[in-house]
Design a protein around this ligand. Structure first.
Ligand SMILES: NC(=O)c1ccc[n+]([C@@H]2O[C@H](COP(=O)([O-])OP(=O)(O)OC[C@H]3O[C@@H](n4cnc5c(N)ncnc54)[C@H](OP(=O)(O)O)[C@@H]3O)[C@@H](O)[C@H]2O)c1
Length: 455
């Protein structure tokens, strides 16, 4: 049984670990902005990391940006280093929830998860590395359950919009939803945009270690999930999507892995119909295809070798055609950027048997929001944490290692995100199917009446 202790037994509701990182600084600002949403309108929080000086600078910066000079004196600083287990334990003992922004997680993540599990702190990260996320599930589910601790991974842009988006689509669908494809489009303003080097490094090591993921998955010994409805066909490696009117490739991030784990959880724990899922990302026109092919080939080749990885890490801008940079995006670039996920779902309308015939209804849902990496990610991470603090009764009864969808399916996280600029909405296409159904029957009636007139 989990106890989310928001009383005074731990000094801080939230501790932001890695607050001095590129993403960490924006998580600090988001926490300061939403402090009134904490338990009883009062959030107690601190920043943590390995350099006191850097942490002081981050708090100073947040005080300036938000016009909240009181932060300089009110926000406590905890010095903790991933390489020093005692410092991690001391940090975790003081926190109800640790917001872990220290990555790449494959290198730095496990000691933090371990310290949280052993010291009774819940853990939220913004990891987009399936190998780490699934590895933590394999290694810590039992102990986290015994200790009543939630370890909830991928609570940033990877993969809250996709994971909660599929659940949202399912919840809006009147009937049994059986398959969803998502199409991601990202747009930036006149000054362009980019992603910080921290994510580039996570991607490099993730690809280099890709082969280990398969052997890790075999250890779960999972039975295949049942396929309900038509089997979702995989699209090609590159195709023109009529849905988003641009060239599109399979989405390479953690979303498919996270969504699949959530669907397994809802099928096994809630006896719900699992939704098949395919994730795609728009890349634009022919010019971008050529760039992507060059960058992809160089990346594919270099990532296999030690020297190649060093080269990629040294020159992110060159090898990614400016998509990643050591400086990260400017605030101006971030303000002008946004994302949209379009979810196209199909299934069986109410009263239709999902084991008989083809799906007869469709739905389109959308999740859209601000810049993904450093605006939407802090919003998602902080709202996930506030959901644990404020809605513990709607969270899973048992501790464990969870995906966002598994942890937050029964909470109001989607409503909270809507209030903070990450919007979820939908439109149904059932009508079209119903019209076609009636048209077909009308024609049959007309023909029947003509051949066999009633008088
Ligand atoms: N889910 C998403 O959509 C999303 C979005 C953004 C970022 N991310 C992920 O978040 C992670 C961080 O990205 P970033 O761009 O913010 O990277 P970053 O700027 O390099 O930040 C890394 C942080 O880790 C800290 N750190 C490194 N080694 C440490 C150690 N031994 N002990 C304690 N702290 C240590 C650094 O501390 P110092 O400041 O002292 O060096 C820094 O605070 C990456 O894994 C990235 O992929 C995910």
């Amino acid at each position: 049984m989990v106890h989310v202790d928001t009383s005074s037994s731990r000094p801080y509701h939230l501790v932001i670990f890695g607050a001095s990182g590129f993403t960490g600084q924006f998580v600090v600002e988001e926490v300061a902005r939403t402090a009134s949403e904490g338990p009883k309108g009062n959030l107690k929080w601190a920043v943590a990391g390995r350099s006191k000086q850097k942490l002081e600078k981050v708090v100073e910066q947040a005080a300036g940006v938000l016009g909240k000079p009181e932060l300089r004196t009110e926000v406590d600083i905890i010095v903790a280093d991933v390489g020093e287990p005692d410092s991690l334990a001391a940090m975790c003992k003081q926190a109800v929830i640790v917001l872990n922004c220290v990555g790449p997680y494959r290198f730095y993540g496990e000691p933090v998860v371990k310290a949280c599990v052993e010291n009774g702190a819940h853990h939220i990260d913004i990891c987009g590395e399936p190998q780490f996320l699934e590895g933590m599930q394999l290694n810590y589910s039992g102990e986290a359950a015994e200790n009543g601790v939630y370890i909830i991974g991928s609570c940033g842009f990877d993969s809250i919009p996709a994971d909660m988006g599929v659940l949202y689509t399912r919840d809006q669908f009147k009937g049994t939803l059986t398959a969803v494809e998502s199409f991601l489009t990202v747009s930036s303003g006149p000054d362009g945009g980019c992603i910080h080097d921290g994510t580039w490094q996570s991607a490099i090591y993730g690809f280099a270690d890709g082969h280990k993921l398969q052997s890790l998955r075999r250890k779960f010994n999972h039975k295949p999930l049942p396929t309900v409805g038509s089997k979702l066909k995989r699209r090609g490696a590159l195709f023109f999507s009529n849905e988003i009117q641009q060239y599109t490739v399979p989405f390479m991030g953690s979303d498919p892995s996270v969504v699949k784990r959530t669907q397994r959880f809802v099928a096994e724990e809630h006896q719900a119909t699992p939704v098949q899922y395919g994730a795609y990302a728009g890349i634009g026109g022919i010019g971008n295809i050529i760039k992507l092919m060059f960058a992809g080939m160089m990346f594919w080749f270099l990532v296999k070798f030690h020297f190649g990885r060093n080269l990629l890490i040294k020159h992110p801008e060159f090898f990614s055609f400016g998509m990643f940079s050591k400086a990260g995006p400017s605030r101006k670039q971030m303000e002008a950027s946004s994302f949209q996920f379009a979810f196209y779902g199909e299934g069986y309308s109410e009263g239709q048997d999902p084991t008989q015939g083809k799906p007869n209804a469709k739905i389109r849902a959308v999740v859209q929001g601000p810049e993904c990496g450093y605006v939407a990610t802090p919003i998602a991470m902080v709202q996930a944490a506030l959901t644990i603090l404020n809605e513990s009764s709607a969270m899973p009864k048992k501790g464990g290692v969870y995906t966002p969808g598994a942890a937050f399916a029964k909470t109001t996280l989607v409503d909270r995100l809507n209030k903070h600029g990450v919007f979820f909405f939908f439109c149904l296409f059932v009508c079209l199917f119903v019209c076609l159904f009636f048209l077909k029957h009308l024609l049959i009636c007309i023909i029947t009446i003509q051949w066999f007139p009633p008088f």
